[in-house]
Design a protein around this ligand. Structure first.
Ligand SMILES: Cc1cc2nc3c(=O)[nH]c(=O)nc-3n(C[C@H](O)[C@H](O)[C@H](O)COP(=O)(O)O)c2cc1C
Length: 228
């Protein structure tokens, strides 16, 4: 695949800010770094963040005001072309059981031999966490920005939401099960044609603090490029 040719803007002097480059304006700074604005607590939070199993998410969940704050953080992610290629559907309160009942009915239609013990599986699934955010990817295939970039932006929104929830002291678990993968089920949740569920982000208060899981060793995932 051919890469896109660099433009004059791409190769302008590095001292120019991205904003200045975008608008073709002169740099607005001296080229000297400002004092570093460190946030050690934020870094420590990211260093210890981990998902909580859905079974460990209990009441209370984020309040409506807190949820707005979390979603505002999720909506601040890098977004090539400012296309906003994602959106959020919130499932909370009574709506969880109502949505779950619709999913159960569809699941039973799709699986006529379903044992009775699984008849209300999806209702119970949605009732586990106090709040669930359905992260919807909605790339615009007609846009100049590659669809891949747009899908990655949705992933970034999910991670920002998970991190922000952790910073507020809530637990989060990002899952993508049948209701997100099945287009008919997703449609019941309000997902439209051309959209795809990127995940269910379940939010609640942690009822336990599970041990961390092994993380990749940096040398396994990091290389520093050198000329061949
Ligand atoms: C898009 C996406 C979908 C996921 N779906 C599932 C899932 O269906 N089931 C599951 O056990 N984990 C799933 N995970 C993984 C969990 O969210 C999480 O990464 C895992 O529990 C490890 O937790 P950690 O955040 O502490 O690494 C998914 C992750 C992503 C990014």
């Amino acid at each position: 695949m051919m890469s896109e040719p660099l433009t004059q803007q791409d190769i302008r002097a590095p001292a120019e800010t991205p904003a200045a480059r975008q608008h073709g304006a002169a740099p607005t700074h001296s080229g000297v770094a400002l004092p570093r604005a460190e946030a050690p607590e934020a870094l420590a939070l990211l260093e210890r963040r981990r998902s909580l199993p859905l079974r460990s998410l209990v009441e209370p969940g984020p309040t409506p005001a807190e949820l707005d704050r979390l979603l505002a953080v999720a909506a601040r992610v890098p977004d090539h072309g400012r296309l906003v290629p994602w959106r959020f559907i919130v499932l909370s309160g009574e709506a969880r059981a109502q949505a779950g009942a619709l999913l159960d009915a569809l699941y039973r239609r799709q699986n006529p031999d379903l044992p009775e013990s699984k008849a209300d599986m999806w209702r119970l699934y949605l009732l586990r966490a106090p709040v669930t955010v359905v992260l919807v990817s909605r790339p615009d295939p007609a846009a100049k920005v590659p669809v891949f970039n747009q899908i990655l932006s949705a992933g970034a929104a999910g991670m920002a939401l998970v991190s922000a929830a952790t910073a507020l002291g809530y637990g989060a678990q990002w899952l993508l099960k049948w209701p997100g993968r099945d287009p008919e089920a997703a449609a019941l949740l309000g997902v439209r044609a051309g959209e795809q569920v990127a995940g269910f982000i379940h939010l609640g208060s942690p009822a336990e603090r599970p041990d961390d899981r092994p993380r990749p060793a940096l040398p396994d995932v990091v290389t520093h490029w050198q000329p061949g």
